[in-house]
Ligand binder design. Structure first.
Ligand SMILES: O=C(CO)[C@H](O)[C@H](O)COP(=O)(O)O
Length: 223
C-alpha cells in the first residue's frame, strides 16, 4: 500500500479555514487530520464541535480525528455525528480502553488508539485485534512544529512486527515533526499514514509539498 498523507488542520490559517480546506481537497493529500485538544490531557486548547463541523462542510476527504482529551467516551457519538471517519483516542486517557474502542466501532467509525512517546508499544498487544489504526506520537502532543523524536522509528518497527502476528491489516500512523527528511525511513519501518502540519502549511507551496511527500520513493533497494 502506498503511504497516505494527512495534513494537520491544526497548522492551517484559521482566519482562512475554508481556503486551506479547499487547498487540501485539490491536493494529493488523502485525509484531513483533525487535532482536538482540551487543555487538560495536553497543555493546549485547539477547537471543538463548531470548527469540526465547519471543516466537515467543505472537506472532500475523510476526517481523521485525533482526540487529545480526557474522558473521550463522553464525546464519541458527537464526533461521529460531526463527520469523523476515524476516531483515535489516547491510550493514556482511557481507563477502560476496550470499552472506548467498542463505542467508536458502534458509532460507525474506524477505531484508533494513540500512544505518547513514553508509552511502550507492547502495552497495545491485547487490544490490537480490535483496532484499525495505531497512531504513534513522534512528539509530545499539544503543539505543532516540534522536533521529531528519533526513537519513534524503533517503535514503529516493533509495532509492525507485533501487528504482523496479530493484526496484519493494522494501519500505523505517525504524528509530529514529519517531513521530507524522515518520511522514507518511517514508511520503511512500517508506517502507512504520515501526519504533516508544519511541513505542509509553513511551506511556500503547500500543494507541491504534499505532492513531494506523497511521491517520495520509499521502496527499499537491496544491493
Ligand atoms: O498532534 C499534533 C500535536 O499534538 C499535530 O498533529 C502534530 O504535531 C503535527 O504537527 P507537525 O507536523 O507540525 O509536528
Amino acid at each position: 500500500m502506498k503511504h497516505l498523507i494527512a495534513p494537520s488542520v491544526l497548522s492551517a490559517d484559521f482566519a482562512n479555514l475554508q481556503r486551506d480546506i479547499e487547498m487540501i481537497n485539490s491536493s494529493e493529500a488523502d485525509w484531513f487530520h483533525v487535532d482536538v485538544m482540551d487543555g487538560v490531557f495536553v497543555p493546549n486548547i485547539s477547537f471543538g464541535f463548531p470548527v469540526m463541523e465547519a471543516i466537515k462542510k467543505y472537506a472532500a476527504k475523510p476526517l481523521d480525528v485525533h482526540l487529545m482529551i480526557v474522558n473521550p467516551d463522553q464525546y464519541i457519538e458527537r464526533f461521529a455525528a460531526a463527520g469523523a471517519s476515524i476516531i483515535t483516542v489516547h491510550y493514556e486517557a482511557c481507563t477502560h480502553l476496550h470499552r472506548t474502542v467498542q463505542a467508536i466501532h458502534a458509532a460507525g467509525c474506524k477505531t484508533g488508539v494513540a500512544i505518547n512517546p513514553h508509552t511502550p508499544v507492547g502495552l497495545l498487544k491485547d487490544i490490537l485485534t480490535d483496532l484499525d489504526l495505531v497512531l504513534v506520537m513522534s512528539v509530545n502532543p499539544g503543539f505543532g512544529g516540534q522536533k521529531f523524536i528519533p526513537n519513534t522509528i524503533n517503535k514503529v518497527k516493533e509495532l509492525r512486527n507485533m501487528a504482523s502476528q496479530i493484526n496484519p491489516r493494522l494501519v500505523i500512523e505517525v504524528d509530529g515533526g514529519v517531513g521530507l527528511h524522515n518520511l522514507t525511513e518511517l514508511v520503511q519501518a512500517g508506517a502507512n499514514v504520515l501526519v504533516a502540519g508544519n511541513a505542509v502549511f509553513a511551506d511556500e507551496s503547500p500543494i507541491q509539498m504534499i505532492s513531494a511527500l506523497k511521491e517520495l520513493d520509499t521502496t527499499t533497494v537491496n544491493l
